[in-house]
Design a protein around this ligand. Sequence first.
Ligand SMILES: Cc1ncc(COP(=O)(O)O)c(C=O)c1O
Ligand SMILES: N[C@@H](CCOP(=O)(O)O)C(=O)O
Length: 465
Amino acid sequence: MRYVSTRGQAAPRNFEAVLLAGLAEDGGLFVPETWPTLTTAEWRALRGLPYPALAARILSLFGAGDLPLQAICEDAYAGFGHPAVVPLVQLDHRTFALELFHGPTLAFKDMALQVLGRMFDHVLERRGERVTIVGATSGDTGSAAIEACRDRAAVDIVILHPENRTSEVQRRQMTTVLAPNVKNIAVQGDFDACQDLVKAMFNDAPFRAEMHLSAVNSINWARIAAQVPYYVAAALALGAPDREVAVSVPTGNFGNVLAAWVARRMGLPISHFIIGSNRNDILARFLASNDMSALPVEPSLSPSMDIQVSSNFERLLFELLGRDAAATAETMTRFRAEGRMPVPDAAWKQAAALFTGFTLDDEGTLAEIRRLWTTAGYLADPHTAVGTAAARALAPADAAIPVIVAATAHPAKFPDAVERATGIRPPLPARLADLYDREERFGVMPNDLGAIEAAVRAHARRNAA
Ligand SMILES: Cc1ncc(COP(=O)(O)O)c(C=O)c1O
Ligand SMILES: N[C@@H](CCOP(=O)(O)O)C(=O)O
């Protein structure tokens, strides 16, 4: 399978090259040249597979079959805290929480990053190469990427997080990892600034080549590919392919819900895509009225979704525009220049027919956490609560369609919000019990590309020496 850039100017390449490249050289995102599809019988045949085997099978459809996928997936999910890896918990007659937070850092990012870390190791060892990973995080990608890459021989990793805008648990999960190949930088700005810095480093061709940059954010196609299998597992468990299902996904960078859309594109009958936003509701505004205009990022109780520029929307846009790379490039360039994305009406209507958006403020989030606790005995983190509230508000009219809510983080990552809502302070798992006593190490830097590049270079040189 080959991958092409959404902006059409980068050379097509295979899965392994896409894994290493991250962002395409033309600033676009890689997508499969053609989408793999499964027949009804092929979907049925996947029912009952253990999760690692299912994940390996789906990844093989994306051209990753040169890698030892079965071994990688078994090893990646062996340490998860639930035997099902991604358990489905019934919340009411038709709503199910798909718990994606049983990995080492307690958020859904582990689902893909535990796999990616092992893929990097395998590919780099065979090639005898080294990479420098630069990543941006609003709280969860950073810790999951650090956990997946710490102490790996051929990887240096630098993670940018927005200063004072993550939960304390999130920050400490990153900054207390003192492995020599790990560097954390708190940027004086918001997540969008961190993400812009990462993209700017990729777009600086000499720097990119010098550092052998690679990505762990969902701009890297491998991230999306490794997030598809859990939607497959949940849909099959609820009766697909012989029954339609809906998904509700608390959304920021649009990677997680895009993975669900990819499953649909492969033939899985996901009929509705419900997007939950906090007050940073650019996607909900877009779906309601074709208004994709970026406002300043506002802090909220669901900090991982404090995002205005949703990177992966570009992958959907490319499809909505009939895979017209020139039109995609022009639309994205105008969005960057003007802060407003001019999506043609026909494309918007296509998106709005499939996706609906819901916005929940902090008070609503607390009320939803409380409601879940009192009505279902379910302790949800604030991001998951945005997803369940969205599911209730926008569930399909046909009550026979179950709604799968992506439960994206463990409540213990956001203990303050959960305690405010329920009076219960969820404890961290035993392996993280001393998190507040561990030494932290991170730099604080201005939002300055030159300074950040110098810090990345110094980190990589120190480790290579
Ligand atoms: C806990 C949590 N929920 C939801 C999201 C939003 O997911 P996405 O960025 O894939 O839309 C994130 C960040 O990615 C997150 O960390
Ligand atoms: N919410 C994310 C933001 C980055 O998203 P990604 O899926 O592109 O890595 C985070 O927690 O860092």
